[in-house]
Each structure stands twice: as C-alpha cells, then as structure tokens.
Write a protein that binds this ligand. Sequence first.
Ligand SMILES: [Zn+2]
Length: 164
Amino acid sequence: MATCTECGAAGDRCEELFHRLLILDFSRREPWSPLHAVSVSCYFFQHPGRAVDGGPSFYWALLHMYLRDGVEAMHHGTQRARRLNSHRYGGRKPVVEDFPGAPPFPEAGAPPTGYAVTIEDVAVDGTFPAEGFEEREQAWARAAVTAWGRRSRQVRSGPRRRRR
Ligand SMILES: [Zn+2]
C-alpha cells in the first residue's frame, strides 16, 4: 500500500480525506465545524508542501492555544479579530497575535515526515465519525505540534554537540 510522502499515513489519500473533512466543516454541524481551524492547521503542518495562506507561525500559535486552553479560547481569538475594524472591512483575518502564549515557531530545518497521528486516523473509516471526533482531533493536533517541536530541539542541540 502506498504511503503519503509528507505525513507518512498509509493509503496516500490525505488530500481526498481533507476535502471530505472540509465539506463536513462547512456543513456548520458539530463536532466538525467548530474545529475547522484546527483541522486546517493540522493538515497544513503535516502537508507543508500543499500550504494554504496564513503561514506556519499563525497555525502554530493557534494549535498551541487550542491544546492549552481549549476550543472556546481559540474561538475568542478568532472573534476578536473579526470585531476589529468591523465597520470598515467586516472584520480582519485573525493573525498570530490573536493567539498569544505559544513558544516561538521553529523556523529552521526540514519538516518532519513521521507523525503519531495522521488524517487517516482522524478519518477512521474515511467518514470522520462524529463519535470521538474531538478526541481524535486533539490527538492529531498534539502529534503535529510534538513532531515540529522535536525538530526545533534538534536544530538547537545540533551545533552545540559539534563544537569543541
Ligand atoms: Zn499525508
């Protein structure tokens, strides 16, 4: 069976699954819709070659806030952004500053390619069942953040080890 070259999931149907998940997100139904930003962030981190707008530091900050403070706090950040300038632009897009408290995004080094949890695990049978979705989503977010965070530690410790 083919595997995804970016996230390592068996099946290599990540893009297809992601489109299915987006349809659920935009259905405005729970549990998928409230976690839309988390889904996009996780997918972005595990498939950086197919990047969407916003940039990694934005998704990094958002995922950290979600894992630390929960989905409500994350929505407050998004809503705050929408309120600002609402008279002129109908609200601005959320930016990294709307999700404070995350460690700095590890900029250097190649993206990780192996994750404890991938979209394939979140999809289960390919339909993203509602039961347990929130737990699987959380595990997905944790796997993305953990793998990228590990990479930053490698970057930091690398040159130190070589120094004499
Ligand atoms: Zn993949």
